[in-house]
Design a protein around this ligand. Sequence first.
Ligand SMILES: [Cu+2]
Length: 162
Amino acid sequence: MSLKSVVAAAVAAVVFAGAAYAEGAKIMVHDQYARVSAKASKSGAAFMEIMNMASEADQLIAARSDVAKRVELHTHMESGDGIMKMMHVEEGFAIPAGGMHKLQRGGDHVMFMGLNQSLEHGDTVKVTLVFQNAGEVEIEIPVDLERKPAEGGHMDHSSHSN
Ligand SMILES: [Cu+2]
């Protein structure tokens, strides 16, 4: 290979890598954490902010993980008598173009059913999110058992009395 073709190949690689990066960065996940409500729980849940950088709306249609026998997309709905119930959302969650969808306590979440291992504070759970357009996005979710609900993500020093 001549020096000239090496340089050309390097430029091509950079251009390709740039395109691949833009492709891969259509979905960004922030502030993710997983928790169990009690030690030795058979189920757990994960919460996060999902950003869709694409110019088209996307849909989170499934999630997979080795950590549990089943992983489902759930939400909480008021059942009419003031009691919040968890429901499996078959169609998943829409993420608007250029927008964000928040999975949070008391709302939409990724549910781990039939945990294969106990989730200890500081553990990391590997989860594959499956999007209609963006395809599979693998993320690592830290287990955070100390996180308080609905703190607004970065408002750890708010006036809540916890
Ligand atoms: Cu659930």
